[in-house]
Design a protein around this ligand. Structure first.
Ligand SMILES: Cc1cc2nc3c(=O)[nH]c(=O)nc-3n(C[C@H](O)[C@H](O)[C@H](O)COP(=O)(O)O)c2cc1C
Ligand SMILES: CCCCCCC(=O)C(=O)O
Length: 371
């Protein structure tokens, strides 16, 4: 579909909707079960309202911050996503390069179609984190973590919401699997060493076997300490939506907590992440960094999340849509759009610094019906 200039994330979404092959589009843009959480992540942001403070000198705004001690010039990162080469031949390498140029943190998925080494070499100046699932084969998991550390990744992001693969009806109908020309690159390196590891598989049957056999549903909070025992990197717990788990994560040594419901792809009927954020921030206090992803589609969503306690905000699908449109350039454009919208939102709302966004800037819309 021909489109005039793409000016917002919604335009990129429309582009991807009309230009990606059906099974790929549905793998990216779907959720688990009846997709309640998938839809609510986006809808929930619209239920919050700004209470701006006008007539301040807004000629300068600061968007720089730090994440786990590393300076970044944007509080907007890219979430870990598997198989990004389905969107564009440059895949995760393009995402990392875009993050490098936009000053964003990039989190590489363990199930990426580019390896930690490829990403490290392509974007050496990018603040990069490595997402891990607990694997049945601990030796393989240890080697992958240590490869990431050697490749300059500065944090490990342990996904806690994915004991098993969610029930995604669209992928099941499509019998979705990785096409033969692509590889789960971090695993492929390992396959060369460990004969016992099941192949990532190119037939649908092999694919299903791989997904079921590689990832361990026997993960526990003790795995945070295990990760720390095999690397010196800080560990972020990704997939937290309750105070209970936020506390568990911190008590077990997590250095930061990432509020996420996996973009609605795992357990359906979870709260929208913007709704869960306050509970998590209150549980961990202000000494632990809290990040958020899920349903972020504009700079104003980002401002809302910063106000409700997130130190940084990540986006998943918006980066993929940019990637699908134009590789690195498309992703950069999406990140720039979000940054510019955030900056304009700050100016209009009376906020000068992303590190000091007042809580009272944002209220739930019920504030007004209760008056
Ligand atoms: C295609 C796709 C693949 C994903 N793969 C992973 C993954 O490998 N590991 C992970 O922790 N989360 C994964 N996620 C979840 C994202 O990290 C993130 O939590 C979610 O996409 C945020 O929601 P958003 O897409 O609405 O921004 C994936 C999401 C998508 C859309
Ligand atoms: C190799 C199987 C896919 C790994 C998990 C990817 C994921 O988290 C997703 O949401 O999809």
């Amino acid at each position: 579909m021909a489109m005039s200039r793409l000016v917002c994330v919604g335009d990129y979404e429309q582009y991807a909707e009309h230009n990606l092959p059906n099974a790929v589009r549905q793998y990216f843009n779907s959720g688990a079960n009846y997709e309640q959480t998938y839809a609510d992540n986006v809808a929930a942001f619209k239920r919050y309202r700004f209470r701006p403070r006008y007539m301040r000198d807004m000629s300068e705004r600061n968007l720089t911050t730090s994440l786990l001690g590393h300076d970044v010039t944007s509080p907007i990162g890219v979430s870990p996503m598997s198989m990004c080469r389905l969107a564009h031949p440059d895949g995760e390498v393009a995402l990392a390069k875009a993050c490098e140029s936009e000053g964003s943190c990039f989190c590489l998925s363990m199930a990426a179609t580019s390896s930690v080494e490829e990403v490290g070499q392509a974007a050496p100046g990018c603040t990069r984190w490595f997402q891990v699932h607990v694997l049945k084969d601990r030796d393989m998991m240890r080697r992958m973590v240590q490869r990431a550390q050697r490749a300059g990744f500065t944090a490990l992001v342990l996904t806690v919401d994915c004991a098993v693969h969610g029930k995604r009806y669209k992928d099941l109908r499509n019998q979705f699997s990785l096409p033969p020309h692509l590889k789960l690159s971090n695993f492929e390196e390992e396959l060369k060493r460990a004969k016992s590891v099941v192949a990532t598989g190119q037939s649908k049957e092999e694919w299903g076997r791989f997904v079921n056999q590689a990832f361990s549903p026997a993960h526990t909070w003790q795995d945070i300490q295990w990760l720390k025992s095999v690397s010196h990197l800080p560990v972020v717990a990704k997939g937290v939506v309750t105070a209970w788990d936020a506390l568990e994560a911190v008590q077990h040594g997590a250095d930061a907590v990432w509020v996420s419901n996996h973009g609605g792809r795992e357990l359906d009927c979870l709260p929208a992440t913007i709704d869960a954020l306050t509970e998590v921030c209150q549980a961990v206090g202000d000494k632990t960094e809290v990040y958020l992803d899920g349903g972020v589609r504009s700079g104003l969503d980002i401002l809302k999340a910063l106000s409700r306690g997130a130190r940084a905000v990540y986006c998943g699908r918006p980066a993929l849509w940019g990637l699908a449109k134009d590789g690195e350039a498309g992703t950069s454009d999406v990140l720039q759009i979000l940054k510019e919208e955030l900056s304009v939102g700050m100016a209009l709302a009376g906020v000068k610094d992303v590190q000091h966004v007042p809580t009272e800037l944002v209220v739930h819309q019920s504030f007004y019906s209760a008056l």
